[in-house]
Write a protein that binds this ligand. Structure first.
Ligand code: UDP
Ligand code: MG
Length: 322
């Protein structure tokens, strides 16, 4: 138990009872021939079907299987986070429990990771899902996420990914941010690449998500964009907006004042006056927001002992220190 495992496979499970026996069999068949030491960490995310029972039965047959039962349904991100926390492998590979990802691709991702990457993401280049309902929104989302975050991947939605353990433990997952793991990894300075993988149609059960996911992805994108660009300097965003607004307010009020004194007319009923006031108030508020943000960021980093940098390697006398 003390030795470091080579690979941990992490799979979140929510109502996938029919898929489980085949999933475990395929995983074992993909991994045993590689000769690497591995564990299968399957997390039952409060399934309402018999997934937990099936998992427990499988665990008595497959020694590599670690099954983790969550108390209730927390959602895919939390289930994956639980798996990441339990996993002890040097390399961690995540995939879906519905057999849509092909375990046979795992060695491919692992090899690519060892070429010198910290995160290797699967690309379902021949995706077996409904065209209009799934593939089209996903294509738009991938383009948008790539453009907004600067981390260009063809397929953010593919759960089949391999990670180096250090990078994974640097990241904190919230909400449904598992989709943005490559962006979070990029924030931590990870080297990221993509590998084409097989994708299969769902045979059992059904997808846990509907079209309403699109909206949540957009909201998450905003959060991630902000974190990616301004995590260590919120004052730059808010402070900049604040200065622009205050400046605009000053210009507008000066214009109104000049108008009043030069033309001698009343300005009390001018909409422009309200506009100038609003700009002024908004500006001051944005400015204060920025200051509060700066305080928050300090708490964020210091409360968790998070450094504002990540070291990849250190060398002395030509030798790697570890
Ligand atoms: N999942 C989970 N908790 C949830 C919803 C989903 O653990 O609340 C798991 C699910 O069992 C599957 C993976 O997350 O292994 C992806 O779910 P799904 O296949 O429904 O998503 P899709 O492939 O349709 O995007
Ligand atoms: Mg699926």
């Amino acid at each position: 138990m003390n030795e470091q495992l080579d690979i941990s496979i992490v799979v979140p499970i929510y109502n996938e009872e029919e898929s489980l026996p085949q999933l475990v069999e395929q995983l074992v068949n993909a991994l045993r021939p590689t000769g690497e030491s591995f564990e299968l960490v399957l997390i039952n995310d409060g399934s309402s079907d018999r997934s937990a029972e099936v998992l427990m039965k499988l665990s008595s047959e497959v020694p590599e299987l670690l099954c983790v039962l969550l108390r209730k349904n927390y959602g895919q991100t939390a289930a994956m986070a639980a798996g990441f926390d339990m996993a002890s492998g040097e390399i961690v590979v995540s995939l879906d429990g519905d057999l849509q990802n092909d375990p046979a691709d795992i060695p491919l991702l692992v090899n690519r990771l060892r070429d010198g990457f910290d995160l290797v993401s699967g690309w379902r280049y021949q995706r077996q899902d409904a065209a209009i309902k799934r593939k089209l929104p996903s294509r738009i989302a991938n383009r948008l996420i790539g453009r907004v975050t600067g981390v260009r991947l063809n397929d953010y939605g593919c759960s089949l990914k391999a990670y180096r353990r250090e990078v994974l433990s640097d990241m904190r997952l919230y909400g449904e941010l598992h989709r943005f793991l490559p962006v979070l990894a990029n924030i931590e300075g990870a080297r990221i690449t993509e590998v084409k993988v097989n994708h299969r149609a769902r045979k059992y059960g059904q997808s846990k998500y509907g079209i309403d996911r699109t909206f949540r992805v957009l909201m998450d994108l905003l959060t991630v964009w902000f974190m990616n660009r301004f995590l260590t300097r919120p004052m730059y965003v808010f402070g900049f907006g604040g200065i622009v607004a205050i400046f605009a307010s000053l210009v507008t009020s000066t214009y109104l004042l000049l108008w009043k004194f030069i033309s001698g007319q009343n300005i009390g009923d001018r909409p422009l006056l309200i506009f100038a006031l609003l700009l002024g108030i908004t500006g001051v508020q944005l400015f204060c927001f920025g200051l509060l943000g700066e305080l928050q960021i300090r708490t964020y980093h210091e409360s968790q002992g998070r450094p504002i940098y990540r070291i990849r390697d250190t060398f002395r006398g030509g030798r790697r220190l570890s």
